[in-house]
Design a protein around this ligand. Structure first.
Ligand SMILES: Nc1ncnc2c1ncn2[C@@H]1O[C@H](COP(=O)(O)OP(=O)(O)OP(=O)(O)O)[C@@H](O)[C@H]1O
Length: 356
């Protein structure tokens, strides 16, 4: 089986701080893992080391139980898809897709049946005689996928493969890639900085920050039980609200006569309270707030408020909210949706809703 194991991987370029700093994680065979994080966090470097395009400064990489740390890419039984597609402009779609099979001298009798299958899977049959320049961005992306899939490698590595496509197409391709991965049982490692992409595609997300793993979890747990302020803020649009637990804000929260939340004093080491915008409701009674701005999106509105000394607290509300900047509001949320963080930004006390 093609499990991937990274053991204590470090990548150092010259005297700069390590691009990848002691990371270890496992990818189970047949699953979809996303490497997620902001620009420069080490996603591509990590993927390139799994691919064999970069060598770790220290640590080991195993694929399917084999130590591949010092093996070249061609010996790792992997396929790759890059942002740039890297198609040969002078070759037809058919030739582009078959290129790898020819280089690896796979028996010619295999070419046609495998090409037919891939063309059918990806809807490329009518385009086989075209050159890349005669294709749309989405079609070129499909050819790049076809080239990866035809290799029948058990592991596929993708680096921001959809970033050149418009939003609509990106959406469609996400579904296609996920369906293809499931259908073929491929072990997938996929790099993106787009948290929506990660959340909608992954079985497991490895969230990186400054070359280290911030959290490795299912999308569900990453969203529901972020371990750090960084994870809480990186996932979700708008991100989780963070209210400083200073006296003004705590007093404001306690002032809500019926504010179920926050009747007890927060733990003295808790410095910030996190609540997701969709977990706060505008109510008759509750924590007093003042409207700062309202953004209307059709299906819902985001009301930005001030609560105590915390400005910019986002509340997601269905439909159109009829309020103006300066209007007073009352807010409610359930204590089970509260996340407390300590001074170092680590979750203080996983919320009861997520510990069960
Ligand atoms: N060949 C290299 N030489 C020196 N430094 C490098 C090299 N490749 C990457 N780095 C540095 O390593 C760090 C991680 O880069 P990496 O490309 O892995 O980030 P990333 O998370 O993929 O970012 P992005 O989303 O912008 O592609 C960055 O600080 C980058 O400048």
């Amino acid at each position: 089986m093609s499990d991937i194991i990274l053991e204590n991987i470090v990548k150092q370029y010259g005297s700069a701080p390590p691009a990848v700093n002691h990371i270890s994680f496992n990818v189970r065979a047949g699953t979809f893992t996303v490497l997620l994080g902001p620009s420069g966090c080490g996603k591509s470097t990590t993927l390139r080391m799994i691919a064999g395009l970069d060598t770790p400064t220290s640590g080991r990489i195993l694929i399917g139980g084999r130590d591949v740390t010092d093996l070249p890419p061609a010996k790792r039984h992997i396929s790759m898809v890059f942002q740039s597609y890297a198609l040969f402009p002078h070759l037809s779609v058919r030739e582009n897709i078959l290129f790898g099979l020819k280089v690896r001298k796979e028996p010619a009798s295999q070419h046609k049946p495998r090409l037919d299958k891939v063309a059918q899977l990806l809807g490329l049959a009518p385009l086989l005689d075209r050159r890349p320049a005669q294709l749309s961005g989405g079609q070129q992306q499909r050819v790049a996928l076809g080239r990866a899939v035809i290799s029948q490698a058990p592991v596929c590595l993708m680096d921001e493969p959809l970033s050149n496509l418009d939003a609509q197409l990106r959406h469609e391709m996400r579904r296609e890639i996920r369906a293809l991965q499931r259908q073929l049982g491929i072990t997938m490692v996929y790099v993106t900085h787009d948290q929506t992409e990660a959340m909608s595609m992954a079985d497991q997300v490895v969230l990186l920050n400054g070359g280290a793993i911030e959290q490795h979890d299912t999308p569900d747990r990453l969203y529901g039980s972020p371990r750090t302020v960084f994870a809480a803020r990186f996932i979700g649009t708008p991100p989780m609200n963070l209210l400083s637990l200073d006296e003004t804000t705590v007093t404001a929260m306690r002032a809500g006569a019926n504010a179920q939340a926050f009747q007890d004093a927060p733990h003295p080491e808790a410095r910030k309270l996190g609540i997701r915008p969709e977990h706060i409701a505008i109510a008759q009674e509750g924590v007093p707030a003042v409207v700062e701005t309202i953004e209307y999106f059709g299906a819902d509105s985001i009301v930005i408020c001030r609560v105590g000394s915390s400005s910019g607290v986002a509340v997601r509300s269905a439909g159109h909210v009829h309020a103006r900047p300066g209007d007073p509001l009352r807010l409610r949320w359930s204590p089970s949706q509260q996340h407390f963080f300590d001074a170092s930004g680590k979750v203080f006390n996983p919320s009861p809703a997520t510990t069960s």
